[in-house]
Design a protein around this ligand. Sequence first.
Ligand SMILES: *Cc1c(COP(=O)(O)O)cnc(C)c1O
Length: 300
Amino acid sequence: MIIQDHAKDRSAGVHPITAGWLTDSEVMLDVLRLDKIHPVVSGNKWFKLKYYLEDVKNKKYSTIATFGGAYSNHIAATAYACKEFGFKSVGVIRGEQPSPLSHTLNFAQEHEMELMFVSREDYRNREVIKKSINDVYWIDEGGYGALGVKGASEILQHVHNLQEYSHVVTAVGTGTTLAGIIEAALPHQQIIGVSAMKGNEALSNRVNELLITPRSNFFITHNYHVGGYARYTKELLIYMNELWQQHNLPTDFVYTAKTFFAVQDLVENKIIPCHSKVLMIHTGGLQGNLSLPYNALLFS
Ligand SMILES: *Cc1c(COP(=O)(O)O)cnc(C)c1O
């Protein structure tokens, strides 16, 4: 196997959180720091890509193409991984070419990804786009699909005492990571997905479609999008700085800060009951913070 495994080389590690709102409910909270695995192919993106890369190699394609927005962690991770493992890459980007390019797109271009901009309308017809480019290996947006789930199901292998946790919480975009976690979780564990999107009602079905065996030990909450996907408020940025100052925990404004906030709110409202032992997955994505105003955060 030529695809060297980033996750095996670097220890993700669990980061215990101490806070008044936890002691009040006698809840224990640990954060699995997948953001530490790699600065770019960080968090869940590495897990989701890994079996696609293997498949590309086995099927002897030389080019990988995928989809994403101008700030997509998946685009950045795919560009980086392709360059590292010697594949050409094409990124089909939603919307007009921004000028200047976003830092994510600049990064992708520096890693030799060929960018193709398509209108939001055309972007909806991804099957048409796929047919228009020959001889490339397609990875769906966000790595959605069975191989993405297979990779994501290995995330929990990085937790030594997995059986001790009663709840596992993760951010949700496409639901691929959530599906992998559900697959790997133990029968007594409740899995909670925190959707980063506003009113994405199709999400539960999309996750169910990915599961090999149907499960009922999970739910998705839609209450913590803070205005919508990739939206933020001044309060959210303050909250992120507090997480950094109080817990030495860097978060991203699209997924992990909102997920941490959800954990706190669910504990305070006893939806996560007293005496629970919670594992929150830090799914990475810190590169996305580069799109925030300079100096908005006390960390980078
Ligand atoms: C992409 C991403 C997610 C969403 O993962 P899905 O598998 O698409 O649900 C969550 N967190 C971070 C930091 C991400 O970059």
